[in-house]
Design a protein around this ligand. Structure first.
Ligand code: RM4
Ligand code: MN
Ligand code: MN
Length: 430
C-alpha cells in the first residue's frame, strides 16, 4: 500500500490552528452580519465548491527550453490519481480529475475506476490530444489534425476523439474537451475558410458519436503553436462552431487563451447569454498562455469572472451549468502545492463574488452612481474570506492550512522512495 497522509496528522495540525480559526471566523461573521450577509450561507456554498484537477498538472511542467523534473513525480496515471487524491484530501475542493489521452491510457479501465474510487476521486471531462504525434502513430499531425488538408489525417484525429469518448464512458465522464493546435505559421499556408469547414466536418462526426447525456467542450486559443492563424482562435469561432454542431456543443474558456487586455468576464457574460458556456480551464497569465497558478497574477480578473458566474446563478440563467477545471503547468513549484493553492484561490474568488451586494449594485447602476457601483463590487473583492474557506475545509474534514499539512507530512520525500524514476514518464507538459 502506498503512502497517504494520515487523517490523524490533519487533525493534529488543525488542532494547532483551531482556536485562532474559530476566533477569526466569529469576528468575520460579526462583521458580515453588520453588512447584512449571513456567513453560514456563504460558508455552505464555499464548502460545496468543486474544481477538477488536470492529471497533466501533477507532474512538473516545462517550457520549450527545458523541463526540470522534481523528485517523487508521478510516473503514470495511478501515481497521478494518488496526487489528485491528496490535493482533495487536504483542500476538499477537488473531488474529480480531468484525464488526458493517450497520456493516461491503461489496459484496464474498470481497474482504474476502482482505484480512483478507492482513493476518493472521480473523473471529469476527458481531453483528447491531436497536438502531438504518438509512438507508432500512422499519420502525423504536423500540419493539422481535425482540420488537416488530408482526409486520412482528419479521419485519424476523429477516431482518436471517438476513442476518448469511449474511454470516458468507462470512467463515468460526461464531457469531451477538444483543443486542437491546428493553424498556420505563414500567410498563404492554408485557406482560412476551408480549414474551418474541415474542422466542422470532423467535429460533427465526433458530435454524432456523443452519448445522449454527454457534452463536447470546444476550447479556443488565440495562438501557439501556430503563430499566424489558429483554426479555433477565439470565442466567436468557438460559438459559431458550437451553434453549427448542436445543443450538446459548448464553448470552454481557458483564461490564458486570449489576447492581452481582452475583457474575459465579458466573454463569459456573452457565452452565458448564448447558453453555450461549457466552463473553464483556470490558470493565470501575464503574457500569453503562461499556465501560471490561478490567482497568482491577476486575482481581480478571476473575481470579475466569478462575479459574472454568481450573477448568472442568482438570476437562474437558462442552460447555466459550467464545469470548472484547472489547467496549469508547474515548472518551479511542487505541483501539489500549486494545485492546492490554485483550487483555494478559485474558491476564494467564488466566495468573494458571493458577497457582492447585488441589490445595492443594481440600484447604483440604475442611478448611474458610478463610484458607488464600483465601490460595492470592490468591497467584495477586498474582503478577506480566508476564515470562510478554512471553515469550509474544516467542516469537510480537510486541512485548515493544506500546504502546511502537506509539508509536515513529507509526502514528496516518501513518494521519491516509492516512485523510482522511469525513462518515459508522461508527467507534465514540455
Ligand atoms: C493547451 C490547452 C489544452 C491543454 C493543452 C495541454 O494549451 O490549454 O487545454 O490540454 O494545452
Ligand atoms: Mn486549456
Ligand atoms: Mn493552454
Amino acid at each position: 500500500m502506498s503512502y497517504r497522509i494520515p487523517d490523524e496528522l490533519i487533525a493534529e495540525e488543525n488542532a494547532k490552528l483551531g482556536a485562532a480559526q474559530a476566533e477569526d471566523y466569529a469576528a468575520l461573521g460579526r462583521r458580515l452580519e453588520r453588512a447584512g450577509v449571513d456567513i453560514e450561507a456563504v460558508t455552505a456554498k464555499a464548502a460545496a465548491f468543486a474544481v477538477a484537477v488536470p492529471t497533466w498538472g501533477v507532474g512538473t511542467g516545462g517550457t520549450r527550453f527545458a523541463r526540470f523534473p522534481g523528485v517523487g513525480e508521478p510516473r503514470r496515471i495511478l501515481d497521478k490519481l494518488e496526487d489528485c487524491a491528496t490535493i482533495h484530501q487536504l483542500t476538499r475542493a477537488t473531488p474529480t480529475c480531468s484525464p488526458h489521452f493517450p497520456w493516461d491510457k491503461v489496459d484496464d479501465y474498470r481497474e482504474l475506476t476502482e482505484r480512483a474510487a478507492a482513493l476518493g476521486v472521480g473523473f471529469d471531462a476527458v481531453n483528447s490530444n491531436t497536438f502531438q504525434d504518438q509512438e507508432g502513430q500512422k499519420l502525423s499531425y504536423k500540419f493539422g489534425s481535425l482540420s488537416a488538408s488530408q482526409k486520412a489525417v482528419r479521419d485519424q484525429a476523429v477516431a482518436h476523439n471517438v476513442e476518448c469518448v469511449e474511454i470516458g464512458e468507462k470512467l463515468g465522464s460526461k464531457a469531451l474537451t477538444v483543443w486542437i493546435a491546428d493553424g498556420s505559421n505563414f500567410p498563404g499556408q492554408s485557406n482560412l475558410n476551408r480549414v474551418f469547414d474541415w474542422y466542422l466536418e470532423s467535429m460533427s462526426e465526433i458530435y454524432a458519436r456523443l452519448p445522449h447525456d454527454w457534452r463536447v467542450f470546444i476550447e479556443h486559443k488565440l495562438y501557439e503553436p501556430a503563430f499566424y492563424s489558429t483554426v479555433v482562435s477565439d470565442w466567436g469561432t468557438s460559438l459559431m462552431a458550437a451553434q453549427a454542431l448542436g445543443p450538446k456543443a459548448y464553448c470552454l474558456v481557458d483564461l490564458g487563451h486570449h489576447a492581452p487586455h481582452v475583457n474575459i468576464e465579458q466573454i463569459v457574460a456573452r457565452l452565458i447569454r448564448a447558453e453555450r458556456l461549457a466552463g473553464f480551464h483556470f490558470n493565470d497569465s501575464k503574457y500569453g498562455d503562461d499556465d501560471l497558478d490561478t490567482g497568482s497574477m491577476d486575482p481581480f480578473r478571476l473575481f470579475l469572472v466569478f462575479n459574472e458566474l454568481v450573477d448568472a446563478s442568482v438570476r437562474r440563467a437558462p442552460g447555466f451549468d459550467p464545469a470548472y477545471m484547472l489547467d496549469q503547468s508547474h515548472n518551479v513549484t511542487d505541483p501539489i502545492e500549486s494545485l492546492m493553492a490554485s483550487a483555494m484561490e478559485t474558491q476564494r474568488a467564488y466566495a468573494q463574488a458571493l458577497m457582492v451586494d447585488r441589490d445595492a449594485l443594481a440600484s447604483a447602476q440604475a442611478d448611474n452612481d458610478v463610484m458607488l457601483a464600483h465601490r460595492i463590487l470592490k468591497a467584495a473583492f477586498v474582503a478577506d474570506v480566508s476564515p470562510i474557506l478554512a471553515e469550509a475545509r474544516l467542516r469537510n474534514r480537510g486541512a485548515i492550512d493544506p500546504i502546511a499539512v502537506y509539508r509536515a507530512s513529507n509526502y514528496r520525500k516518501v513518494k521519491a522512495k516509492e516512485r523510482p524514476a522511469i525513462a518515459s514518464s508522461s508527467s507534465g507538459i514540455v
